[in-house]
Design a protein around this ligand. Sequence first.
Ligand code: CU
Length: 436
Amino acid sequence: MAEQLWVSAKRWLYTTNHKDIGILYLITSLFLFAAAGVLALTMRTQLSAPDNTLLTANIYNQFVTVHGLLMIFWVLSPLAFGFANYIIPLEIGCRDLAFPRLNSMSYWFFLFSGVMMILSFFFGAAPDLGWTLYSPQNAAQFSPAIGFNLGAGALILMVVSITMSSINFLVTMFKMRAPGLKLRHMSVFPWAILVTIFMMLYAFPSFLAAVVLLYVDRAFGTVYFSSIQGGSLLWDNVFWFFGHPEVYIVLFPAIGIIADIIPTFARRPLYGSKYVIGALVAAALISFVVWGHHMFVTGIGIVSTKLYTVTTIAVSLPFDIIVISLIETLGFAKLRLKAPALFALGAVANFIVGGITGVFLASVALDYALRGTYFVVAHFHYIMVGASIIGLIGGLYYWFPKITGRMYDEKIAKVHFSSSAEHNFCYFTIYIVARG
Ligand SMILES: [Cu+2]
């Protein structure tokens, strides 16, 4: 018995197989999803009554921050990497990723960095200033806890893991496709992953620079982000140059999954799939020139705010193409409303709401009024949870039979669907309209 246990433990510890690592990624990120979810539910409980004393103000801020960081870095991207690890080699016809050992190292870096992030609670205090870690509050002077340094170290480790993975996928997808399989023949999911890893390669260096310099500031007393030297604005620029593309980095894999699920259950090919892929590429390119819309109230100047408004509205256009293509695919289709299709439809509906509220925020005038309100929080979560997480959960159901060799229970899946997230009403409307 003990020997058997050791054999199976060894299999998972030493594995370099893309399917095994994909499963490890999926399971680990679901555990971290639960951890981030506990933080979120505790925050909502705290907010359920005025003057609630469940959490102190300080702990509450730590929960907000670690919830955000965990969800963005340790749940959304790793879930996508889980699917990519398992599915991409199968879809492009190669035996494994280009560098299987590097792939395994990416996973272990991801796991240890996630544990490190959670451990930061137990070293004085976790980071407590929101996932954007704004200057000057990120300085050692205002956030002295050693837990913050641990959190910064976790972020650095995670960026290393993501960079190794993106290089691995890049080489695999460019060099190891089955003979005759041209890039343009790939379906939307591999394309979405390809665009995502390119964005990772261009966005994460900026974040890595920001966190390394922040670490040096905190540990060795340099003044890169010192507010009296103008460092606060520098942090905003370096952080958001990464931060906006990051939103698409976590969204695109979900779009790829949705664009694979809907044609399957609508039983017709994706309408204008060439244009969907073009739209993904266009959105990825434009996403690197919109970061200033996070800095409208920092006094960056009227001309640049106008430019950022224009680019932000421009970046919404490719997404219109994607949504129109998905809706067009559904038109006249005999849709089979199985769980993956339901989750995909729910994700699209939420994505429309999240996208349109984003266009509101592109306006400088509205941004002045809406900043710091729940309008922003809601917009953000419609995209991150409503579209990304719900789309990825659709992928879990979609590929569950392929990964496990069993079929999930459709009834339980439907109950899961109707109870998931806060948009039940929205889902039920779609369900009824689609059945109509
Ligand atoms: Cu943005």
